[in-house]
Design a protein around this ligand. Structure first.
Ligand code: KG4
Ligand code: ZN
Length: 355
C-alpha cells in the first residue's frame, strides 16, 4: 500500500446524499453525489426509509461514475473508506455493506470513519481553491451545520484528537430552516428558499429568540444550540398575523429568522475560539451555503482576529470525497485498517474518529 499518497475511495451514505469520492492523498480526483432530496420534498424532510432505498439504487452507478471520472481502476485503490456514523441507521448500513463487499472482493483494507470528522477533513481537499497551499492548522474550532447536525468541535488533530464542545439539543439548524420554510409556505429544502426570500427583508424587523443564550443557559450550555423554540416563535408570530387577517411580511420574517440562526451560531463559535484561545474557525455542512452566514462569519472572525476557512460548497455538503480524505489521512498517519466486524453506528461520538 502507498502510505505516502494513498489512492482511496470514500463512501458516504449517512443521510440523503449517496456520495462516492476518490482522492490521492489530499488531491481530489472525483466527487460523485446522487441526492434523494427530491424524493423527500413532499414530506418536508428526510424520510429514513426512502433515503436507504435510494442509496441502494444509486450506489453502484455512483461508484462506476466516480471511478470513470478519476480515470482509475478499482484494482488501483490502496483502500476503501466509509462513513460508519453518526447518521440514519438504515442509510448508513447500505454504505457500510457496500464498502465491506468492495473491500473483500478487491482484497483491499477498509477504514470505517466518523462522518463529522469527515466534514473537517474536507478542508484538506482544496485543490485550486483559495488558500489551497496553506494546510489546515491545529488546533482549530469547527462549526458543522446541516440538516442533520449542528456541532461545535475542538480539533487538536484530525486523526487522533477531536472533542465535541457542543451540539444542538433539539433540531439541527438546517432542519429549522426547512420547518420555517414550511410555515411560510415555501418548498423543501427550505434553506435556499429562506435565503432568497430574506434578500429584500429587514433582519431587525422582528426580534426572534436566540436559543440557549441567556446567562443561565450560557453557564450550562455554553456551546450547545437549540432551534425548536425559535421555530415555535416564528410559527406563533405568523399565526397571529394570519388570525388578525393581516398579510405576513415573508421577506421580513425570513430575514429576521435567518438573522437569529446565524447570530447564535456565530456568537457561540466565536466564543469558543476566544475562550479556548484558538484563532481558527472552520465551517462545514450544507447550511454554510447561507449568504448571511458567510457574510457575518467573515465580519465577526475578522473583528476577533480569527482565521476563517470555508471549503468549497461541493465539499461542505455531504460527500464521499471528505470520507476518502479522512481515510487517506489515517493511512498517512500509520493507522491500521478497521476490522470487518464494525457496523453502522447512528450515534457514533465524534471522539471516535475511526471505528
Ligand atoms: O449538508 P446537507 O446538504 O445535508 C444534510 O443535512 O443532509 O445540508 C442540507 C441542509 C438542509 O436543511 C437545507 O435546508 C440547508 O442545508 N441549506 C441551507 C441553505 N442551503 C442548504 N440553509 C440555509 N441557507 C442556505 N442557503
Ligand atoms: Zn453531514
Amino acid at each position: 500500500m502507498n502510505r505516502l499518497d494513498p489512492l482511496v475511495l470514500g463512501i458516504e451514505t449517512s443521510c440523503d446524499e449517496t456520495g462516492i469520492g476518490i482522492v490521492r492523498g489530499t488531491t481530489l480526483l472525483s466527487n460523485t453525489i446522487a441526492s434523494s432530496m427530491e424524493e423527500h420534498a413532499r414530506y418536508g424532510g428526510v424520510v429514513p426509509e426512502v433515503a436507504a432505498r435510494a442509496h441502494l439504487e444509486e450506489l453502484v452507478p455512483a461508484i462506476h461514475a466516480a471511478v470513470a471520472e478519476a480515470g482509475i481502476r478499482l484494482t488501483d485503490l490502496d483502500a476503501i473508506a466509509v462513513t460508519s456514523g453518526p447518521g440514519l441507521a438504515g442509510a448508513l448500513m447500505v454504505g457500510v455493506g457496500a464498502a465491506k463487499a468492495l473491500a473483500v472482493a478487491l482484497g483491499k483494507p477498509i477504514y470505517a470513519v466518523n462522518h463529522l470528522v469527515g466534514h473537517v477533513g474536507a478542508d484538506l481537499l482544496r485543490n485550486g481553491a483559495e488558500h489551497a497551499d496553506e494546510p489546515l492548522e491545529y488546533p482549530t474550532i469547527a462549526l458543522l451545520v446541516s440538516g442533520g447536525h449542528t456541532s461545535l468541535l475542538l480539533v487538536r488533530d484530525l486523526v487522533s484528537d477531536v472533542e465535541l464542545l457542543g451540539e444542538t439539543i433539539d433540531d439541527a439548524a438546517g432542519e429549522a430552516f426547512d420547518k420555517v420554510a414550511r410555515i411560510l409556505g415555501l418548498p423543501y429544502p427550505g434553506g435556499p428558499e429562506i435565503d432568497r426570500a430574506a434578500q429584500g427583508g429587514d433582519p431587525r424587523a422582528i426580534r426572534f429568540p436566540r436559543g440557549l443564550s441567556r446567562p443561565k443557559d450560557m453557564a450550562l450550555h455554553r456551546y450547545d444550540f437549540s432551534f425548536s423554540g425559535l421555530k415555535t416563535s416564528v410559527a406563533r408570530w405568523v399565526e397571529q398575523r394570519q388570525d388578525a387577517g393581516e398579510t405576513v411580511p415573508i421577506a421580513d420574517v425570513a430575514a429576521s429568522f435567518r438573522e437569529a440562526v446565524v447570530d447564535i451560531l456565530l456568537t457561540k463559535a466565536v466564543a469558543a475560539c476566544v475562550d479556548l484561545g484558538v484563532p481558527r474557525l472552520l465551517l462545514g455542512g450544507g447550511v454554510i451555503a447561507n449568504a448571511r452566514l458567510r457574510a457575518l462569519a467573515e465580519e465577526r472572525t475578522t473583528a476577533a482576529g480569527i482565521a476563517l476557512r470555508i471549503p468549497p460548497l461541493s465539499l461542505c455538503t455531504d460527500n464521499g470525497a471528505m470520507i476518502a480524505a479522512l481515510g487517506a489521512q489515517l493511512i498517512i498517519a500509520g493507522h491500521e485498517p478497521s476490522t470487518l466486524g464494525f457496523g453502522a453506528d447512528s450515534t457514533l461520538p465524534v471522539s471516535e474518529i475511526q471505528v
